[in-house]
Design a protein around this ligand. Structure first.
Ligand SMILES: *Cc1c(COP(=O)(O)O)cnc(C)c1O
Length: 436
């Protein structure tokens, strides 16, 4: 056994969960944090993060791969980011005016992402996507939105039609409470197949304002685009007079310094950012070429506002994080660790006779319990939820913290070491063997 001294008590988390159930819906503030899809019971209440590790209220340490659902790429509480927040906080938490820091982060993003001439900050990715859709409608004068099944773009009304992530985890197809009028304006298609898109654009292209896509899907596991798929998507959308919105909330600064669109040599019309660019503080952003951003108030007639937009602490944390990400060799190290982890998981599953698919790109990994290839949402859906739930619990017991859902990605951070990865693989070998 690799962890003979590990205490099994979860009394503190259970007690907190009992209190939370009485006063918070389902005991959580985000459904994706619930253990409903992995056998139920109290989620671990975390009290501290340091580098690759999380510590729960019961005194256990975990190697963490949830990594703030991808917002954390330097590890927990990285000194440079915490220090930046500490430096800024005493000067005031919120002014409701422009600040110098936001100009710096604007400049950095516009410089690094060639398709973006101007940027606007929001407090979350949800708001940024919601506004990007409004902006595409304002620019084209059209109303329909094309998106892809199982993709997650936050929780505004239109993108909760056939959404993924926390949504799929709980087996909900479309959220309740969305007006039929909103649903009618959304067309959800399978990802990675160009024919259905072609067909819809042929029939309804004159009404389509935007095609919204995660260039590399990070919300039903990790699914890269098939060769030529994104290129065809962009070409066809433009031919139909629709804008292309890339939701890069997960992908930007994940696989390299900048947006993943440049790796594919593509220029979306609007780019949505979030997560990593806030360095662990709340953030969202959307950006586009000047001609499109000129429609945003106060220059133009499309309105978007926000008390927390460009929050000084988010700006400070984001700048410090992006600065740290420039470290020589950092993305190569994430790729190396990601590869080792992915290959190790394939080998360990193989030795235990458990059929799996492991996808990996940089430090991002998806593990599917299925023998069949996964290249769309349906493929992820078909993977074995029951096996995932048992694997999740076996890993948790062995000190490895994953997101409590088969749809979520594992994120290796710059703080993870080879030793962490090897320890994770030892735990995984035992966990795979425990499945039969
Ligand atoms: C997390 C996420 C969002 C929503 O961002 P929030 O800051 O949680 O509102 C949008 N799009 C994608 C691809 C995401 O992963």
């Amino acid at each position: 056994m690799s962890h003979p001294t590990r205490s099994a008590s979860t009394a503190a988390s259970e007690d907190l969960f009992r209190r939370a159930l009485a006063v918070a819906s389902g005991g959580v503030h985000s459904p994706s944090r619930s253990y409903a899809a992995v056998g139920g019971g109290a989620p671990r209440f975390m009290v501290r993060g340091e580098g690759a590790y999380l510590f729960d209220a019961d005194g256990h340490r975990y190697i963490d791969y949830l990594s703030g659902y991808g917002a954390i790429i330097l590890g927990h509480a990285p000194e440079r980011v915490v220090e930046a927040v500490r430096r800024v906080a005493p000067d005031g938490l919120l002014f409701g005016t422009p600040t110098p820091l936001e100009v710096e982060l604007d400049e950095r993003l516009c410089q690094v992402i060639p398709s973006v001439d101007r940027v606007r900050f929001t407090a979350s990715g949800t708001e940024a996507v919601m506004t990007a859709i409004r902006l595409a409608r304002a620019f084209t004068g059209k109303t329909k939105l094309v998106k892809f099944d199982g993709s997650y773009h936050g929780h505004s009304d239109p993108v909760l039609v056939s959404a993924g992530s926390g949504f799929s985890t709980l087996g909900i197809a479309d959220s309740a409470g969305i007006p039929p009028g909103v649903m009618e304006d959304v067309i959800s298609l399978p990802y990675n197949q160009i024919e259905p898109l072609e067909e819809v654009l042929f029939r309804q292209g004159a009404q389509v304002a935007a095609v919204l896509v995660e260039p590399v899907v990070g919300n039903f596991g990790l699914v890269p685009p098939k060769p030529g798929y994104l290129e065809a998507l962009v070409e066809q959308a433009h031919a139909a007079g629709a804008l292309v919105i890339f939701d890069e909330v997960i992908t930007a600064f994940r696989f390299g310094y900048g947006a993943v669109q440049d790796r594919f040599g593509l220029r979306p019309d609007i780019t949505v950012l979030g997560k990593i660019i806030g360095g662990g503080m709340p953030i969202g952003a959307y950006g586009a070429r000047a001609e499109i951003m000129d429609l945003v108030a106060p220059l133009g007639p499309m309105y978007q506002d926000g008390t927390w937009a460009g929050h000084p602490l988010s700006m400070a944390a984001g700048l410090a994080c992006l600065e740290a990400l420039r470290e020589e060799g950092l993305y190569a190290r994430l790729e190396r660790l990601g590869r080792r982890l992915a290959q190790g998981l394939r080998d360990a599953a193989g030795r235990a006779g458990v059929p799996v698919q492991v996808h990996q790109m940089g430090g991002a990994i998806a593990l599917y319990f299925t023998g069949e290839p996964v290249d769309d949402f349906a493929g992820c859906e078909r993977s074995d939820s029951e096996r995932f739930a048992r694997f999740f619990r076996a890993m948790l017991q062995r000190g490895v913290h994953l997101a409590p859902s088969k749809y979520e990605v594992w994120f290796v951070t710059a703080a993870h070491t080879e030793a962490d990865v090897e320890q994770t693989l030892e735990a995984a070998a035992e966990a795979f063997r425990s499945l039969d």
